[in-house]
Structures are given as structure tokens and as C-alpha cells.
Ligand binder design. Structure first.
Ligand code: GUN
Ligand code: ZN
Length: 428
């Protein structure tokens, strides 16, 4: 049995820094992670682990920082090619850029090409797990899972369902086909290797009540499954939802009334929430996902991180509405958005959101998101001096937080020295 010993600074969390403070972190200046059969067998002092495991294959990362791999809790892999499209707000952006591009995923060869390119971009940026929307085409889900499987990644995805005439005719399913296709994909992929299916109504404006009802029924048959959708991203969108669902108490009620609110629900954006919506999300144990680069890029608004006191919160790129594949850039945007709301998020809080916090939002906090014995050995190794600008700032650091913060704020894929997927190096 081959053991691999990966040496460097290690940083992980024993608890939640939002409630316990930075002391929740476990930092080893000269640390190591021992990997066996794709899992973490031990984390500790480098010299000690080296002495105890003399036969292990050693990889030395020196001063670089070993973290759990980043977890992106909400993204749209089919929007890879339209990232950074100019000048539109949500509804126009969907119609002008997103829907025409998503139509191309009826072609399995195109879907396979983009899925592979997308997951390689994630690995280049240190992201080892993603929860992605696909398109209405079941082939787009197959392509994504096949690409993730080939890379050994833990990945979650679902067929995006839209049957309402608010979506273009070339990109519509039906209530019945959405149910049937999502069910068949669940049977094919859910729990295979490191893959999970998510039931995925895009958002209530592009679904009929009948489709929401059908997907609610499917979720009731598979309550262990996650369900992901969008919630209260832009004020125009909320007004649109009110006009399409006049009987609903609020946006969340369009989901709640159709069996689409529950403890395994994952609600992207969740910016402009009513008090009742916050109460119901909290009472039901649902999670929300903060997508800060998207919320500024599409002009949606400033997420309230105070929600963390009441519910699980994940962090996500939301590409291609988000403007970066990098969770470093996403943490920086989360910092900036919180500053605009009067709060400075600590580096420990940002790193937690991008690792264990997002893992918990995805109900995977027992498998990924931490460097701890028994966890899956997904890791990112960061150079904390990857550019001259970052190097000169981090050189002044008096502690690990000051050393890592310039990389959080200014780092990109040049900072990612290596990404490990189930203990295996994913980069050259
Ligand atoms: N709301 C419904 N669909 C989408 C999407 O693809 N991106 C974003 N940002 N919001 C959405
Ligand atoms: Zn989204």
C-alpha cells in the first residue's frame, strides 16, 4: 500500500471560525498530510510523520500552504465560454448570452469539450468540488459526470429544468420529461464513485407550477438528494415572480408551495429576502449560497453575511454570471461585499467559507472541506508569494493570517502550485 506524505504549512479548521473565532484554525508551520487510498490518514508535524512513515513517498512543498481543496457551491459549467459578457442585468443577460449558449449543449461532443475544459480550469484554480447546473439536456449531465469521473473528482450536478414559455422554445422541457429525465439521471449517476445528482429547477420564472410540483414529488421520493435553485437575486426578478405567481406570499413560497423547501435545499444568491423567507429558510434547515462576483458583475446586490447566524451559507463563483473561476477571487469579492455592508470578514472566515463552510452547505462536511483523518484527500497548495506584489506584502506578515490575506485579495491561478484530487496531483 503506497503512502504519500505531503509536506508544507498546513491550515484547516477544527470548528467554525464564525462562532469560535480564528482559534478554530489548526495551523502547522512545518506540517504534513499523510495520504493512503485517496483518504487522509494523518495530519500533523512534518518531521514526526516523516519519522513514523519512512516508506511513504514524499512531496515537499516547503513554505507553501496546504489547505483543503476549494468547494464551489454553485456554478453553471455550460456558461464557461460566456464568462465576462458585457453590459446586461440578470433577465437580459440570460436571454442575450446564456440561453443561446446553453442551447449548444444538445450536442454531446460540445458538452464533453466544455465539461473537460471547465473542470480543468477548476483544478488549475484549486477547486476540487463543485455543485453545477447543467442544461435542459440530459446529455449535458452525462458529459459533466463523465468528465468529473475521469478526473476522480467529487462533483454534484443536475439537469436544469425549464418548461415555461418565459424560456425560449428551443430550451424547454416539460413537467413530465423534467421528472422522467431527472429520475433516470439519478438512477444512472447518484452515488456512483464521487458523484451526486441534484434536483435542479432553474428558478420559478422559467418553470410552470406543474413542473415545480413534479420536481417536488421527485425530491420527496429522494429526500437524501440536494435540490438547488435560485432565489431573490435581483429586484426585477422578484417583481416578475410576483406577477407569475400572484398567489405566492413571496419568492420562497413559490418553492415551498410545491415541495421545494427542505433541509437539503440550496438556494443561490438569496440577497433581497423578506423576514418570512429568512425565518422559513432557518426553520427548515435550508442553506443559501453567496455568489459575490456574480452579484457585483450582474449588479444584483450585497448579500447579508449575517444570515450565517441562522443558516448554513456556502460560497460560490456562479460562473458564468460570476466573473471568475477562482475561489481566491471569490473570497476577495466576499470580503469587499462585506466591507460595503460594514463588516470585515477575517481571513479564517473567508477560508472557512471556501472549504468547510461550502462543504457543509452541500451536506458533505463529513467527507471534504477539512484536513483531518478519514477525510477525502482533496487539497490545494498555495504559494503565498506568487507575484512580486503579493510577495512584498506577505513578507511583512507577523502571523499566518497576514501571510495568507494578500493571496486571498490579489492571488489567482499563479498562486496554485498544486491541486490534489483524492491524494493524486492534478497538475503536471
Ligand atoms: N437565475 C436563473 N438562472 C440563472 C443563471 O444562469 N445565472 C444567474 N446568476 N442567475 C440565474
Ligand atoms: Zn446560478
Amino acid at each position: 500500500m503506497t503512502e504519500r506524505l505531503i509536506l508544507g504549512q498546513t491550515l484547516t479548521f477544527g470548528g467554525d471560525p464564525f462562532t469560535e473565532g480564528p482559534e478554530a484554525a489548526r495551523h502547522e508551520r512545518h506540517g504534513a498530510v499523510l495520504v493512503r487510498d485517496g483518504l487522509i490518514a494523518a495530519v500533523g508535524d512534518g518531521a514526526e510523520l516523516r519519522a513514523r512513515h519512512p516508506a511513504a513517498q514524499v512531496t515537499e512543498h516547503g513554505d507553501a500552504l496546504i489547505l483543503p481543496g476549494f468547494v464551489d457551491a454553485h456554478a453553471h459549467y455550460p456558461q464557461t465560454a460566456i464568462i465576462a459578457s458585457w453590459g446586461k442585468r440578470l433577465i437580459d443577460w440570460l436571454n442575450s448570452y446564456t440561453f443561446p449558449e446553453e442551447a449548444r449543449f444538445s450536442d454531446p461532443a460540445y458538452a464533453a469539450e466544455v465539461a473537460g475544459r471547465y473542470l480543468d480550469l477548476l483544478l488549475t484554480n484549486g477547486t476540487t468540488t463543485v455543485a453545477s447546473y447543467c442544461t435542459i439536456h440530459p446529455e449535458s449531465v452525462d458529459a459533466f459526470f463523465e468528465a468529473a469521473q475521469a478526473r476522480g473528482m467529487r462533483a454534484l450536478a443536475g439537469k436544469t429544468c425549464m418548461d415555461r414559455d418565459t424560456a425560449p422554445a428551443f430550451l424547454r422541457d416539460t413537467a413530465q420529461s423534467a421528472y422522467d429525465d431527472s429520475r433516470a439521471l439519478l438512477a444512472r449517476w447518484h452515488g456512483v464513485d464521487r458523484l451526486s445528482c441534484i434536483i435542479t429547477p432553474r428558478f420559478s420564472p422559467t418553470s410552470t407550477p406543474e413542473q415545480l410540483e413534479a420536481l417536488g414529488a421527485l425530491w420527496a421520493e429522494h429526500p437524501d438528494c440536494l435540490m438547488q435553485t435560485h432565489l431573490s437575486e435581483q429586484t426585477d426578478e422578484i417583481a416578475w415572480v410576483k406577477s407569475l405567481y400572484p398567489a405566492a406570499r413571496d419568492y420562497l413560497d413559490t418553492y415551498e408551495a410545491h415541495g421545494l423547501l427542505g433541509p437539503n435545499g440550496l438556494y443561490g444568491h438569496a440577497i433581497h429576502l423578506e423576514p418570512r423567507e429568512i425565518d422559513r429558510l432557518a426553520e427548515t434547515g435550508a442553506a443559501v449560497v453567496h455568489c459575490p462576483t456574480s452579484n457585483t458583475f450582474i449588479g444584483s446586490g450585497l448579500f447579508d453575511m449575517g444570515l450565517r447566524a441562522r443558516m448554513r451559507v456556502g460560497l460560490a463563483t456562479d460562473t458564468g454570471g460570476g466573473s471568475s473561476f477562482s475561489m481566491l477571487r471569490t473570497m476577495a469579492a466576499a470580503y469587499e461585499v462585506a466591507q460595503l455592508r460594514g463588516t470585515a470578514l477575517h481571513p479564517s472566515e473567508l477560508l472557512w467559507l471556501a472549504t468547510g463552510g461550502s462543504a457543509e452547505a452541500l451536506r458533505l462536511g463529513h467527507r471534504i472541506g477539512r484536513l483531518a483523518e478519514g477525510y477525502e484527500a482533496d487539497m490545494v497548495v498555495l504559494d503565498l508569494a506568487s507575484t512580486p506584489a503579493i510577495a512584498q506584502a506577505s513578507a511583512r506578515a507577523g502571523n499566518i493570517w497576514e501571510a495568507v490575506f494578500p493571496t486571498i485579495m490579489m492571488g489567482d491561478d499563479r498562486a496554485v502550485l498544486q491541486t490534489y484530487v483524492a491524494g493524486r496531483p492534478a497538475r503536471g
